[in-house]
Design a protein around this ligand. Structure first.
Ligand code: GLV
Ligand code: MN
Ligand code: MN
Length: 431
């Protein structure tokens, strides 16, 4: 259903007698303690001296998925793995033919990450589905709790679920060293039957995701809950720089084709050009591999990554063009060749007004302080926004730290977020 059609349907529902449920005057409560207990137990999976390492398709990721499957079962739910490798469990509603309300997040991590980015929303979704079942809350719509596979590698599971990925893209090598194709099979999906996991427009009533903020706004402004207004679009680039490896002692300084020097200049140029104009756009050179990576040889080849983000596609286009131009200029000046390839992209997504209101109202009903804010991190929610109305709930991140072993959110804040998710689901069910 288009946003306009959704809005029209909402207007019709709120005006006419078809509205079956009155807004609750008393808030619903989930059991946040169960979510926090699961998070504590989950912390042991993929824990290394450098942080949490549950990169998608690794052994630790598989162990995490087994943990999640057990948690679904302990909640009285029957999880299945869809053809894309996402874990899904459904609680039937009073009107089973209606499209489901989908809630969820992910459990894979970045390299040397933390235990809260993803698991909070995944276990929160399982808890909400459990509360709906245990408390016999009469939802009209079916409710589906989902753990998406490989969020950190570019929202892969949710992209597959909306049919936005396939063909040669499945040969992309993930952080674990396995291709997406191998990964889908490894987590129990089926590359041959990926189409069966696709949800089209109108196939989902709405999508809600609980997540840690991963920034410091809520903490700084002493707010307990964030209603996310939109999610940045992101573009990831693989940059290969070819120079010429030669002797570090005998090659004069003016006769070098040093790929690492070019990479250094490019890294500074990316930072400078992004900062040169006002706005919230960000770009990061995050990974760099120099060859032959040895003391007394001029580096002949560098591979590096660029991560570019903004809410406005026009800004992304403009900054991308400048990045490509900087690469060409630095290449020409230093006798190196740059090749810039886009590996992953996700579109910016704006949250649905009615769902944001549902979250705001739930926050107020529960007596929490809230505010609206955009998300600088990517989320599966932005993929789901391509096919359904979407909104997200943020809880504070201590110190605004994330994608780090020091990532932490307080148990009380997490429990608050789970309660807001439950109430928001109940409110969304009436839309
Ligand atoms: C995912 O967490 C991202 O924002 O990169
Ligand atoms: Mn993340
Ligand atoms: Mn995340």
């Amino acid at each position: 259903m288009s946003r306009r059609a959704f809005g029209a349907r909402l207007a019709a529902l709120s005006a006419g007698p078809v509205l079956r449920f009155q807004p609750p005057t008393r808030p619903l409560r989930a059991d946040g303690a169960r979510v926090n207990a699961a998070l504590v137990a989950f912390d042991a999976i993929g824990r290394t001296p450098g942080g949490i390492n549950r990169v998608a398709y690794s052994d630790a990721d598989l162990a995490g998925r087994t943990f999640a499957l057990d948690l679904f079962r302990a909640a009285g739910l029957r999880p299945r793995i869809d053809e894309a490798g996402n874990i899904v469990a459904r609680v039937e509603g009073a009107e089973p033919r209606l499209p489901p309300i989908v809630i969820g997040s992910h459990i894979d991590s970045v390299t040397d990450g933390g235990n809260f980015d993803g698991p909070v929303g995944s276990f929160g979704a399982i808890e909400v589905a459990r509360s709906v079942r245990e408390q016999r809350l009469a939802l009209r719509h079916p409710l589906e709790a989902v753990v998406w596979q490989n969020e950190e590698g570019g929202t892969i599971g949710s992209k597959l679920a909306i049919g936005a990925l396939g063909g040669a893209e499945l040969d992309t090598v993930a952080r674990s060293g396995r291709t997406l194709r191998e990964g889908v099979a490894r987590v129990g999906g089926s590359v041959e039957r990926l189409g069966e996991a696709v949800r089209g427009k109108g196939g989902v009533h709405c999508y809600l995701e609980l997540h840690i903020e991963q920034g410091g706004t809520l903490e700084r402004t002493s707010r307990q809950i964030g209603t996310v207004t939109g999610i940045v679009g992101l573009r990831w680039f693989d940059v290969a720089i070819d120079g010429f490896s030669n002797h570090a002692g005998t090659t004069p300084m003016d006769q070098r084709q040093d790929a690492l020097l070019a990479a250094a200049k490019f890294t500074v140029a990316v930072n400078d050009l992004v900062r040169a104009e006002a706005g919230r756009q960000v770009a990061t050179v995050g990974r760099i591999v120099a060859l032959p990576n040895t003391r007394n040889v001029i580096p002949g080849r560098v591979d590096l990554t660029v991560d570019l983000r903004d809410l406005d596609p026009a800004v992304l286009d403009r900054v991308e063009a400048r990045i490509r131009q900087a690469a060409a200029e630095i290449g020409t000046a230093g006798g190196t060749t740059f090749s810039v390839t886009q590996s992953v992209s996700s579109k910016p997504a704006m949250s649905d007004d009615r769902l944001m209101e549902a979250i705001d109202r739930s926050t107020a009903l529960l007596g929490f302080s809230g505010s609206r804010l955009p998300s600088g991190a990517g989320h599966d929610a932005q993929e789901m926004a391509q096919i359904a109305p979407m909104a997200m709930i943020f809880v504070p991140s201590v110190g605004g730290i994330s994608h780090s072993p020091r990532e932490f959110s307080k148990a009380e804040d997490i429990a608050n977020g789970v309660d807001v998710l439950l109430n928001a689901v109940a409110a969304a069910d009436r839309l």
